[in-house]
Design a protein around this ligand. Structure first.
Ligand code: URA
Length: 206
């Protein structure tokens, strides 16, 4: 049966430009600021009237609240420049999560986050949502720093039904923004068709 994502999963419109971009990154790692730009459309805006140099009023919009990025190292770091291209001087925190060799569970090794993160909308960056293990751990860290779940946007390039279900059953208030939803996971927990190991391909450590 085809997978129907819940309402809080936003899949970008498959424009020819996006399909072409995804074809490139599935083939060899590249990311673009456009993706983050689309993500920003999911942040709430409030009406704001400003006065132009002619003295006339203009009814515009202003972002509701401050944002920050948090990348899940190391693949998420590849999305930082895209965020900076759209939001100059945006604050970006980092979280390092790795598998604990003893328990096989995701373990937090490092977190450096903006001090006022509790007041911000948080764009959590990781290009691949596979099992959701690291993402859930990262969200746990954000919540423990006072971020509201409804202010977390998990931004990825490729995800799969298993990851979406696992993440949203744990944290139903978050929002997921993705470019494409793939078929599922293979026996090694890689996304299929996916693009292989994003971090290794992007950073050239294959
Ligand atoms: N992380 C990756 O880089 N690729 C996958 O397919 C799954 C997780």
């Amino acid at each position: 049966m085809p997978f129907t994502p819940p309402d809080n999963v936003h899949v970008l419109e498959p424009t020819p430009e996006l399909r072409a971009l995804m074809s490139v990154i599935r083939d060899k790692a590249t990311v673009r600021g456009d993706f983050i730009f689309h993500t920003l459309n999911h942040l709430p805006f409030v009406e704001k009237t400003i006065v132009t140099p002619t003295g006339a009023e203009f009814k515009g919009l202003a972002p509701l609240g401050k944002i920050c990025g948090v990348s899940i190292m190391r693949a998420g770091e590849a999305m930082e420049q895209g965020l900076r291209d759209c939001c100059r001087s945006v604050r970006i925190g980092k979280i390092l999560i790795q598998r604990d060799e003893e328990t096989a569970l995701p373990k937090l090794f490092y977190a450096k986050l903006p001090t006022d993160i509790a007041e911000r909308y948080c764009l959590l960056l990781d290009p691949m949502l596979a099992t959701g293990g690291s993402a859930k751990k990262a969200i746990e860290v954000l919540l423990s720093h006072g971020v509201q779940a409804s202010r977390i946007l998990f931004v990825n390039l490729i995800c799969c039904p298993e990851g979406i279900e696992s993440l949203l059953s744990a944290y139903p208030q978050i929002k997921i923004v993705t470019a494409e939803i793939d078929a599922g996971l293979d026996e090694n927990k890689y996304i299929i068709p996916g693009l292989g190991d994003f971090g290794c391909r992007y950073f050239g450590t294959l």
